[in-house]
Design a protein around this ligand. Structure first.
Ligand SMILES: NCc1[nH]cc(CCC(=O)O)c1CC(=O)O
Length: 314
């Protein structure tokens, strides 16, 4: 925390490191507003910075080192003392954050679903044979291939606005994005169809915003923890445990979605082949008190169903 001595004994300012994309800035502003509301008198500032994941757009994320790239610079800023915490889309956060970092808050989940977006077509079913769909997500590609092996899938990277602009320029017949990102940017009207569970599964923790800070910074941990939403943490923990048990990374198409029903949790998982349209699915229910156990249970069921063949050698 930055402490500036003031008349009343000191003013505290919490500095949030954030990427500069419109979605990242929206999410960080949202967290800043929630923190100000939860802690009257607390000043909250954004520290926008660009990360390697944002700068390298010509190669696939997997090729340049995976999703952790979006976090590294923000973590370094916290280690240098230039920021107190960072805000992320939890689906972009590796399954294990390195010490000394911790994730004190998972915000209440927004829409978990993916969105089908097109200017001419209302659903996947309406696409003519051989139509071109844009997505660089291996998870979306795997589910798309299983659904419609005839479609042509082409890479599509960049931030949400860039991807929509490429669709509008006629480079694709349709694209797939997260509903949550569109909604946050006021672009929910672009969603033609929600692709929902259990038929179509999201990325583990899709739609969840997380705060990261140094686990040894008790003051910041306590300030952030008030934004933690227990039901969201339960669901996201099951989904992330499944992904971790499968050595999930963006090199492997893994999807997972957990839903709470009273004291019980239902978890659906999918692992797809990177090469062809094959995929395996599994689901199970378990006590909501043990989300990680359920995540490992469903991961085991996926392996028993043959998912090991799609995973990289260990
Ligand atoms: N991969 C980028 C990313 N990370 C988080 C979101 C959306 C917001 C969320 O899932 O919380 C997006 C955009 C997208 O997948 O369309």
């Amino acid at each position: 925390m930055a402490r500036a001595e003031g008349d009343n004994g000191g003013v505290n300012t919490l500095r949030i490191a954030t990427r500069k994309s419109p979605l990242a800035l929206w999410q960080s502003e949202h967290v800043a507003d929630l923190l100000r509301a939860a802690h009257p008198g607390l000043a909250v500032e954004l520290v926008p910075m660009s990360t390697r994941g944002d700068e390298v757009l010509d190669r696939s994320l997997a090729a340049i080192g995976g999703k952790g790239l979006f976090l590294k610079e923000l973590e370094l800023a916290m280690l240098r003392g230039d920021a107190d915490c960072a805000v992320h889309s939890l689906k972009d956060v590796p399954m294990e954050v390195d010490a000394p970092f911790a994730l004190p808050a998972f915000l209440a989940r927004a829409d978990h679903a993916d969105a089908f977006i097109s200017n001419q077509f209302a659903t996947f079913d309406a696409l003519p044979p051989g139509a071109c769909v844009g997505t660089s997500s291996l998870r979306r590609q795997a589910q798309l291939r299983a659904l419609r092996p005839d479609l042509e899938i082409r890479d599509l990277r960049g931030n949400v606005n860039t991807r929509l602009a490429k669709l509008d320029a006629g480079e694709y017949d349709a694209i797939v994005l997260a509903c949550a990102g569109l909604d946050r940017l006021g672009l929910g009207g672009r969603t033609r169809a929600r692709l929902d569970a259990p038929e179509w599964l999201p990325a583990p923790a899709q739609g969840v915003i997380a705060i990261e800070c140094r686990g040894d910074d008790a003051e910041v941990m306590a300030l952030c923890r008030v934004l933690d939403h227990a039901p969201t943490r339960t669901c996201a923990s099951a989904e992330r445990a499944l992904n971790l048990a499968l050595h999930g990374s963006c090199h492997v198409p893994v999807a997972a979605f957990a839903r709470l029903d009273g004291d019980m949790l239902r978890l659906d998982g999918l692992v797809g082949s990177e090469r062809d349209g094959r995929s395996v699915r599994a689901h199970a229910e378990g006590p909501a008190a043990d989300p990680e156990v359920l995540g490992r249970d469903v991961a085991g069921r996926l392996l028993a169903a043959g998912a090991g063949e799609f995973l990289p050698e260990r």
